[in-house]
Design a protein around this ligand. Sequence first.
Ligand code: AMP
Length: 356
Amino acid sequence: MNPLPPGSTIGILGGGQLGRMLAIAAAQLGFDVHIFTDEPDSPASRVAAKTAIGSYQDHAALADFARHVHVVTTEFENVPAETAEALIAAGARVAPTPNALAIAQDRFDEKSYFLSAGIATPPFKAIGSQDDLDAAIFEIGAPAILKTRRLGYDGRGQIRIKTAADAKGAYAKLGAPGILEGFCAFEREVSIIAARGLDGTIAFYDLNENEHAGGILSRTTLPANVSEATSIEAQAAAQRVLEAFDYVGVLTIEFFVMPDGSLIANEMAPRVHNSGHWTIEGALTSQFEQHIRAVAGWPLGPTTRIAAIEMLNLIGEDANAWPQLAADPTARLHLYGKRDVRAGRKMGHVTKLKSS
Ligand code: AMP
């Protein structure tokens, strides 16, 4: 495929803050953006040329969207894989592929996929009943974490099982098919953001070190406090996943770093990621521009990091501090334009660049 010329239209499924930052990056390269979302008045639609509001199951609306865009990409991984298939059937080019979306949506399939690619995971078992859970606790042991297979994010849909007694009634409480994972006594959490272009070129950003509060990312810092060998292991894992999927775009893998420096994969996101927001100011090419470049068939940009980084998420009422943050010369402030402040909602972030 020839690179899409400026003036072409990029379609984005999803209207959240990731779509908003993708749309801003696309505009910078001269593209128009159309958003498809089921949410009226979304953060992304307010910076895009056009928005179609419809259900991800509405094939007629999807076909109409497909006719008006030159490529379709996604900003959240829970876009049903059938939606991507329907767009392809309607003649759209879709990146990433429906297969990558489908696997990343199901924690059991995702972990099985990691293992097949030679990437270590916590011990895990699929759970479809309380009996399965009891057997899995017997096999994996406690502490462990019971998670829903699908639609869990930011720590939602998870039950911590500290001792075997906590497993009693836990399947009913989860309320959906699940996966039991052995608890990893990790030293720190990191993520790698990598991109693959249409020509197969791969680029990596430096490893992000991530801190979570209540299951939600709260702080990312770089450089990550890990050895060179650990960074190389993360890059090798990302490369295997990108190549196995014949992936085009940005992909993120989250890992636990164990005390011996080895990595255990937690999950992947077939998209730009919260832990990469620092790349807007802190890298020569932001993750958002990189993703747009990849899906448009442009060469990837340089990923060099230009400073030490601290990125802080503004969750819920944190965003009410915007007057102070706006007055802080060390903080680059991003607000997502969400109308209501709600507890646990990602409202914005700040990035601080420091001399390394
Ligand atoms: P997740 O939604 O799966 O990314 O989980 C949210 C957070 O819960 C992770 O970033 C970890 O801090 C923690 N967590 C999830 N799974 C495990 C595990 N198997 N062992 C230890 N901590 C975990």
